[in-house]
Write a protein that binds this ligand. Structure first.
Ligand code: NDP
Length: 453
């Protein structure tokens, strides 16, 4: 391991070697495990019992991994085959909970990295939810509505037997939004002949969804960044910000940053990024992305003025004070981090899962940039999913204000838990260490109490 001596421990080195050996060809999973293990040396020094009974090794091994064939018929009447995944990683704290991703890059290692992160994220929320993740290598881009529906129905035809409101509760992620959740919920209901509202979250408002769920991940990430800044006597007000992506997380990150008085000057998709020196017109981004489902390049064409589009390239070359990577894993490299630091960035909040490479994280921390890791900063989405489950269980629906107030409180608590844990373990201001340790301790305590499971 490349960590400092304080974070080192022979047990952790052994666990990491075993994970690398037993999960070949899964670099993202290795990266996620390494990052958590690098934080745990101080915990083992303080609580040696966590090193017993292969507890940490068990946490790194999914409880169940499901891989299945998804055959479906496209609009040309041709049969296509995709691969479906669900990794039920850890249920010590509650039913497996975590999103479903549809993207051509999906493979078992990606789903395992996301499921592993999810365990600690869910633990940090303080809510009774375990960790899981799923998805498919299906590419939804350019597909008709009817194709999306047939794919979702075939995907659920297999997945439904592994789900249940007390077993495993998926939600959306990249490529899976309200439309896809609707198709999957409809198929689940039909297959099981049960109106089990709590089996999926991110549902439409007319059939059991929660107000503020759609906004929750982006809003929550901004609440976290706001709390980091205010704890240093600073604020978002008047700061320039760059948000990568233009999907669910990015859009609502931009919305909340704007409401806190930030000026967002760039966002992106996988083809390129737009810069608007007058500040992003969010209504136009929503129209392009949520309604027309077009590329972000359309923005510069429709808006004109002081906006322009850059094909390819790195959005992190755009100077800003607040950077919120909200697209995908490893999208912000060491080189990008150097550029951001040279350009005066003061805070980075990860809306996406593991968007910064380990080198980028190290550089931010060395430069004293406030850095909020995804498993803490983007936990507002899953926390509000848990609030959706609560509303489903009690046949209730809360107002937007009530739900958002709960979200804000949860994000405040997550921030403070990370900060006080970092203090307690001798690393003040290190939110990565704080998040990893606080999440780990909760899961480890529950697993320890349950015997060898
Ligand atoms: P969406 O599918 O709504 O949006 C994803 C955005 O990121 C799109 O703009 C997409 O561009 C871009 N993107 C995706 N893959 C790549 C890539 N390989 N390179 C560059 N850009 C890419 O997904 P979400 O907004 O839901 O998810 C974004 C991130 O946030 C993911 O890391 C996800 O795991 C994480 N997250 C999401 C939560 C949620 O509640 N939705 C909760 C917690 C974390 P394009 O359209 O061109 O593909």
């Amino acid at each position: 391991m490349t960590h400092t001596d304080e974070n080192s421990d022979p047990v952790l080195d052994e666990v990491l070697s075993s994970v690398l050996r037993r999960n070949p060809g899964e670099p993202e999973f290795h990266q996620a495990v390494r990052e958590v293990l690098e934080s745990l040396g101080r915990v083992i020094a303080k609580h040696p019992r966590y090193a017993n009974n292969a507890l940490i090794e068990r946490i790194c091994e999914p409880e169940r991994q499901i891989i299945f064939r998804v055959p479906w018929v496209n609009d040309k009447n041709q049969v296509e085959i995709n691969r479906g995944f669900r990794v039920q990683f850890n249920s010590a704290l509650g039913p497996y909970k975590g999103g479903i991703r549809f993207h051509p890059s999906v493979n078992l290692g990606i789903i395992k990295f996301l499921g592993f992160e999810q365990i600690f994220k869910n633990a940090l929320t303080g809510m009774p939810i375990g960790g899981g993740k799923g998805g498919s290598d299906f590419d939804p881009r350019g597909r008709s509505d009817a194709e999306i529906m047939r794919f979702c129905q075939s995907f659920m035809l297999e997945l439904h037997r592994h789900l249940g409101e007390y077993t495993d509760v998926p939600a959306g992620d990249i490529g899976v939004g309200g439309r896809e959740i609707g198709y999957m919920f409809g198929q689940y209901k039909r297959l099981t002949n049960r109106y089990e509202a709590g089996v999926l979250t991110g549902k439409g408002l007319v059939y059991g969804g929660s107000l503020a769920r759609k906004e929750a991940t982006g809003f929550g990430a901004v609440y976290f960044v706001d709390r980091m800044l205010t704890s240093r006597g600073d604020s978002i007000e008047g700061k320039t910000a760059v948000v990568s992506g233009s999907g669910n997380v990015a859009i609502y990150t931009i919305e909340k940053l704007q409401s806190f008085g930030g000026k967002i000057i760039a966002c992106s998709d996988s083809n390129g990024y737009i810069v608007d020196e007058d500040g992003i017109d969010l209504a136009l981004v929503k129209e392009i992305k949520e309604v027309r489902r077009q590329r972000i390049s359309e923005y510069a064409r429709l808006k004109g003025g002081r906006s322009h589009y850059v094909e390819g390239g790195s959005i992190w070359n755009v100077p800003c004070q607040i950077a919120m990577p909200s697209a995908t894993q490893n999208e912000l490299t060491g080189k990008d981090a150097k550029t951001l630091i040279e350009n005066g960035v003061i805070a980075v909040g990860e809306g996406a899962n593991m968007p910064s490479t380990p080198e980028a994280v190290r550089l931010f921390q060395q430069a004293g940039v406030l850095f909020a890791p995804g498993k803490a900063a983007n936990a507002g989405g899953v926390a509000t999913s848990a609030l959706e489950m609560q509303q489903n269980a009690s046949r209730d629906s809360w107002s937007f204000e009530q739900t958002e107030a709960r979200l804000a409180e949860i994000m405040r608590n997550i921030h403070d838990r990370c900060a006080t844990t970092a203090d307690e373990y001798g690393a003040p201001g290190d939110y990565v260490l704080g998040a990893n340790i606080a999440g780990f301790v909760r899961v480890a305590e529950a697993m320890d109490a349950m015997g060898v499971i």
